[in-house]
Design a binder for this molecule. Structure first.
Ligand SMILES: *C/C=C(C)/C=C/C=C(C)/C=C/C1=C(C)CCCC1(C)C
Length: 256
């Protein structure tokens, strides 16, 4: 295990702790807000809260693992010999990334067939992306990291392309008051998801040892907060707007 400075140790320690609290709070918010939206969007909020709940659990485990890997005493950090376990993060992604895509697709309320086929295709591509990324993440040398990272980027590019093209069309079918928010949700997904491969490349630009470890952990943590809790809040807002728009057009139809 690469040794970190006291500052790096504390930074990652606090980031993990903060993220656990953020994910847990987001879960409560998303689940408790279900009654504020029409029944068509409750599943999207349930899944959104499930994503942050799974992440909260894994951040607790990652936090424990970080704490077990080092001792911080009298201003000095020493490695305990227990390896910091990055597998928690990848298991978390394996579960949460397909769910996040499904959440985004559900809130669009497409036809049943489209929802199914998009969820299966994007969900499988996302799982493949994570599985191919892991061997590179734990590889000790940059060449191996680069090979797996490049393979993982293939399904990644497919997902990005599919989201832009496929979801771009359905944005036009959204009620006017929700279009902008759906566009923002898509943009937030792109921006945060695009951040992961950039963070992954930190060792390519010469970062090593504790600096690389810290950069990667902090980078993934920021991206996770945006991609999971940030998206959850946007999904909630979209669901509220769409519920309002649909209730209104329902009233008009009743009056006619
Ligand atoms: C909540 C977690 C999310 C949204 C995680 C997303 C992760 C990615 C988009 C990861 C992508 C990667 C590549 C495109 C190549 C290098 C390896 C990965 C797995 C970091």
């Amino acid at each position: 295990m690469d040794i970190v400075t006291p500052f790096q140790f504390a930074l990652v320690y606090n980031a993990f702790s903060f993220t656990f609290a953020t994910m847990a709070a987001a879960t409560l918010f998303l689940w408790l807000s279900r009654s504020q939206v029409s029944s068509a969007y409750r599943t999207a909020l349930t899944i959104s809260g499930l994503v942050t709940a799974i992440a909260a659990y894994h951040y607790l485990r990652i936090f424990e693992s970080w704490n077990a890997a080092f001792t911080f005493k009298d201003g000095i950090v020493t490695a305990t010999g227990f390896a910091f376990n990055d597998a928690y993060r990848y298991v978390d992604w394996l579960l949460t990334v397909p769910l996040l895509l499904i959440e985004l697709i559900l809130v669009m309320r497409l036809s049943r067939e489209e929802t199914m086929s998009k969820s299966v295709r994007l969900g499988s591509a996302a799982a493949l992306m994570i599985v191919l990324g892991y061997p590179g993440e734990i590889a000790p040398d940059i060449a191996t990291r680069a090979v797996w990272g490049t393979l993982s980027a293939i399904p990644f590019v497919y997902i990005v392309w599919e989201l832009f093209r496929g979801l771009g069309d359905s944005i036009k079918q959204q009620p006017a008051n929700a279009q902008n928010l759906v566009r923002k949700a898509r943009l937030l997904t792109f921006a945060s998801w695009g951040f992961y491969p950039i963070v992954y490349m930190a060792p390519y630009v010469g970062l090593t040892g504790g600096t690389a470890t810290t950069t990667i952990q902090i980078g993934y943590t920021i991206a996770d907060i945006l991609a999971k809790a940030g998206l959850g809040v946007l999904i909630f807002l979209i669901a509220v707007r769409k519920s309002e728009a649909e209730a209104e057009s329902g009233h008009k139809a009743d009056a006619a």
